[in-house]
Design a protein around this ligand. Structure first.
Ligand SMILES: Nc1ncnc2c1ncn2[C@@H]1O[C@H](COP(=O)(O)OP(=O)(O)OP(=O)(O)O)[C@@H](O)[C@H]1O
Ligand SMILES: [Mg+2]
Length: 308
């Protein structure tokens, strides 16, 4: 990292994204700006899943949205730091320096984001096929026909059953889990190197949550992309993470592999998160994080069962 020069950023070969001392502030009328992200640094390697975990308001979404330069639409400013990304052409770009046009070209193509609520991200008046094809036409210059074929391919990739029929359906005709699959398909349409998922399973019931986590894992193996996954749920962390950054009040207070975070949490806040996980001992005999039961899902499961 010490070799990076401001004029000509470089990254180690296996690193796809490096966030360096990123600071994000929101203007607040007549008062001091609110600093939502307080000079954080992390890297994401090729094919890696990095999870940002932390309590509500700790700055997870602001971090994710700032990587795509989306927080600026909400009145935020990047007041410090760099976001270095390795683009598909091999060049390394500091995303904080890009023009709005430059960042628009990058969104969906180099990096894409999936939000918690697919209903507010999907357009109700366009078919699933048209919405999925849109990014393909925009970024890859394909014809409508070609884009529709690629859209069908990505819907199949995310295991949407009866994908050909779904192309002509509208968002309201799909279940919550299916909508989230479609969002992931749209995010994948241009094969970005990095997919950001901001609490993608929080609004889903427990069975569908588990299916979406499995899907993200499988896709990652199949297409080798990097994932930045955001959650406040330690069960999800255990299920999906390679590495974990723990956020607290705009800072990253601890970074480690999923094994380190669960086996030997160092920061008191991480220790508190881990101690809040029921039946932590059940992971001791397991050799892989995905074998860890989604313990924090249990209250939801009971709720689902009692209300079914
Ligand atoms: N549009 C906004 N205007 C002003 N301040 C904001 C805005 N969005 C976020 N913030 C500030 O940034 C902080 C971090 O918010 P952020 O949405 O990143 O939290 P989070 O970790 O994603 O929480 P959650 O788990 O609830 O989604 C908030 O506490 C708030 O002070
Ligand atoms: Mg959030």
């Amino acid at each position: 990292m010490s070799t990076i020069k401001a004029a000509d950023p470089t990254l180690p070969d296996d690193v796809i994204l490096a966030v360096e001392n990123l600071e994000v502030c929101f203007a607040s009328q007549g008062r001091q700006p609110i600093r939502a992200v307080n000079g954080i640094s992390f890297t994401i390697a090729r094919g890696e899943t990095l999870v940002l975990v932390g309590e509500s308001g700790s700055g997870k979404s602001v971090t994710a949205m700032t990587l795509m330069r989306l927080t600026e639409h909400d009145g935020a400013r990047i007041t410090g730091g760099r976001i270095l990304m390795r683009l598909k052409d091999g060049k390394v770009s500091d995303l904080t320096k890009l023009s709005l046009k430059g960042i628009e070209l990058l969104r969906g193509y180099e990096m894409s984001i999936v939000f918690q609520d697919p209903m507010s991200s999907l357009n109700p008046v366009f078919t699933i096929g048209d919405q999925t094809a849109e990014a393909i036409i925009r970024h890859q210059g394909k014809t409508k026909r070609e884009a529709r074929d690629i859209a069908l391919g990505v819907l199949k990739l995310v295991r949407v059953p009866d994908a050909a029929r779904r192309l002509d359906q509208y968002a309201h005709q799909l279940s919550g889990g299916m909508r989230q699959r479609v969002m992931i398909a749209m995010a994948l349409a241009c094969r970005p190197s990095l997919m950001i998922l901001d609490e993608p399973t929080t609004a889903l019931d427990v069975t569908i949550q588990a299916q979406i986590l499995d899907l993200v894992r499988a896709l990652q193996r199949e297409i080798g992309m990097s994932v930045l996954f955001i959650t406040h749920d330690m069960g999800v962390v255990a299920e999906i993470a390679d590495r974990v950054c723990v956020m607290l009040k705009g800072d990253i207070v601890e970074t480690g592999s999923v094994y380190e975070i669960f086996a030997a949490p160092k920061h008191p806040y991480t220790q508190a998160l881990i101690s809040a996980v029921p039946r932590l001992g059940s992971m001791v005999e397991k050799d892989a994080p995905e074998k860890f039961p989604l313990v924090v899902y249990e209250p939801t499961q009971k709720l689902a069962e009692t209300t079914a």
